[in-house]
Ligand binder design. Structure first.
Ligand code: ADP
Ligand code: ADP
Length: 230
């Protein structure tokens, strides 16, 4: 991923907020990058732009050889559904759907047929250690289990890129570590991960930390204990 000079301004009535002010960043295939920085520095905006959920005013965002910022709306959402998975702080599971149905959603978006969906969902449920929870609804699960379901949903489609926004923010430290270990395992199997976090502990699982301030990158730090694996 190559990001150049991203600029994002939010306009509300009289106020203009520059959320991204010339972001330059490179993420290698298979890398696990943490984005850190004070509240309001643009972390979530950057993640939303990378997830094609929000559009910047200017700049370039290349993913493999495709420039994503000039894609038409239809192509953009098709690209997102095919290549990206999301993990959010508040899990973002759909309360009215069972665990199985929540995990199945990205496959339905991608028009995968029912028998293939069943196979893929059951595989990932096994991997995430939530086998006996298939028919439960999110509210019947602990926070750690809900986040495992959310990670399963992000992965079921085998996306190239997983975007995680404070994935352990609502979890106690034991469940938080479980989720971080899952993300690491996934990364070791080749998935590129970009994670926003306030937690130095969570960031220690990643290969590199990118620090933002006032909408741009102020420093980067390679995590020596994990970068050797790249
Ligand atoms: P972070 O995730 O680092 O806390 P954000 O990306 O959420 O930062 O926000 C960056 C800046 O953009 C902040 O000043 C925030 O108030 C502003 N901002 C974010 N979203 C909106 C929005 N939808 N409308 C107006 N301003 C916004
Ligand atoms: P649009 O067609 O308007 O771009 P989509 O139908 O692609 O929107 O997506 C609608 C919403 O569903 C998005 O805001 C996104 O947050 C969510 N979404 C889409 N794909 C996924 C996915 N694979 N995993 C989780 N949420 C998704």
């Amino acid at each position: 991923i190559t990001i150049e000079n991203l600029q994002k301004v939010y306009k509300t009535e009289e106020i203009e907020t520059t959320a991204l002010n010339g972001i330059n960043m490179h993420v290698a295939e298979g890398e696990f990058v943490s984005i850190m920085g004070p509240s309001g520095c643009g972390k979530s905006t950057l993640l939303n732009v990378m997830g094609l959920l929000d559009k910047p005013e200017s700049g370039s965002y290349r993913f493999l050889d495709t420039e994503l910022l000039t894609l038409r709306d239809r192509d953009r959402s098709a690209f997102r559904k095919k290549n990206m998975g999301f993990v959010f702080q508040n899990f973002n599971l759909i309360d009215e759907l069972t665990v199985f149905e929540n995990i199945e959603l990205p496959l339905i978006y991608n028009k995968v047929n029912a028998s293939e969906r069943k196979k893929l969902v059951n595989e990932i449920i096994e991997r995430m250690n939530i086998v006996n929870r298939n028919k439960h609804f999110p509210q019947q699960l602990s926070g750690g289990q809900q986040q495992r379901v959310a990670v399963a949903r992000a992965l079921v489609n085998r996306p190239k890129l997983v975007l995680a926004d404070e994935p352990t923010g609502n979890l106690d430290s034991a469940h938080g570590n479980e989720v971080m270990e899952l993300l690491c395992e996934l990364n070791e199997q080749g998935t590129t991960i970009v994670m926003v976090t306030h937690s130095a502990h969570d960031a220690s699982f990643s290969n590199r930390i990118v620090n933002l301030k006032d909408g741009h990158v102020i420093s980067e730090k390679i995590n020596k204990s994990r970068s050797a694996e790249l």
